[in-house]
Design a protein around this ligand. Sequence first.
Ligand SMILES: Cc1cc2nc3c(=O)[nH]c(=O)nc-3n(C[C@H](O)[C@H](O)[C@H](O)COP(=O)(O)OP(=O)(O)OC[C@H]3O[C@@H](n4cnc5c(N)ncnc54)[C@H](O)[C@@H]3O)c2cc1C
Length: 319
Amino acid sequence: MAEVLVVVEASQAAGVKKVTLEMLTIARGLGEVSAVVLGGEGAAAQFAEKLGEYGATKIYAGEGEEVDGYLVAPKATAVAELVKLVQPAAVLIASSQEGKEIAGRLAVKLDNGLLTDAVEVAADGTATQVVFAGAAIVKSKVTKGLPIVTIRPNSITPEPAPASPTVEQLTVVATDADKLTKVVERVAEQKGSRPELTEASIVVSGGRGVASADNFKVVEEIADLLGGAVGASRAAVDSGYYPHQFQVGQTGKTVSPQLYLAIGISGAIQHRAGMQTSKTIVAVNKDAEAPIFELADYGVVGDLNKVVPQAAEEIRKRK
Ligand SMILES: Cc1cc2nc3c(=O)[nH]c(=O)nc-3n(C[C@H](O)[C@H](O)[C@H](O)COP(=O)(O)OP(=O)(O)OC[C@H]3O[C@@H](n4cnc5c(N)ncnc54)[C@H](O)[C@@H]3O)c2cc1C
């Protein structure tokens, strides 16, 4: 069986990301799964157990300072060299900012087709893409080369399939073109204690109904009590209530948590596109006709400024 390369998305702090486990699950339907770890010394060893748990039978360890950073070009070069070497049946990459850049560069380097934002890939390489905010489903195939496909996070439920992967070291050599840019300064973003939005099993999102940046503390409070991440609708983001990186929806992040709380969100189709696969959806809205109630498993019609603090108080009592 031909190999399928899965370019691992992981970080030292957070470990292997959920989207990687999704890609490993999809890859098992396409061939023999090989995970490609690009990072600093010891990265492959750090992630090997998790990658094996989800079916990687081989790990290519591309380790070194060239690929241990924010520059994407050397990572694309490393994957391109590996593709030439092993001639895989397909390459799966996360539909993240970095993943899409690696995929784009890889496709150009190999003069190959590229499919982005897939939610499924069939054994023959046909990718399923959900477009127009979920209103249409498109099936596509590359017409040149092998399927290089980026997978949208939270597309499927990852399923374990334990394997004991062998580790093969890759020699990573950055080309002159890869060295045309360099990182001159790194400023680490202040990270709170909340889980990452696309990885969280509980997400509490606020919409325009929250009414101000200051009032988002109502949303944050209940998220913290539940150990969840905070999200926001585009209207809330555009109004300056919450930063853009927390936007959920068609032009924001896709989430698929066990529990999604939509607070003061009307439920526009573009918002639904980013959260409709959540297991349980709870909505709080003062308008009983709000479209979010068509989707919600549980709904509370009421003023969020009363309902949410009361719910928070109940949760606090039961803790
Ligand atoms: C191309 C395109 C892409 C888009 N991408 C996205 C996207 O990624 N994500 C996204 O979210 N949107 C997106 N949108 C915007 C989308 O169409 C909606 O405008 C947006 O989702 C509305 O956000 P909202 O529900 O917070 O605001 P509104 O639609 O204004 O709804 C606010 C809700 O809060 C309720 N409310 C008000 N006050 C209270 C209160 N005190 N207590 C309880 N409820 C209250 C109201 O009844 C109302 O239902 C996109 C639009 C376009 C055209």
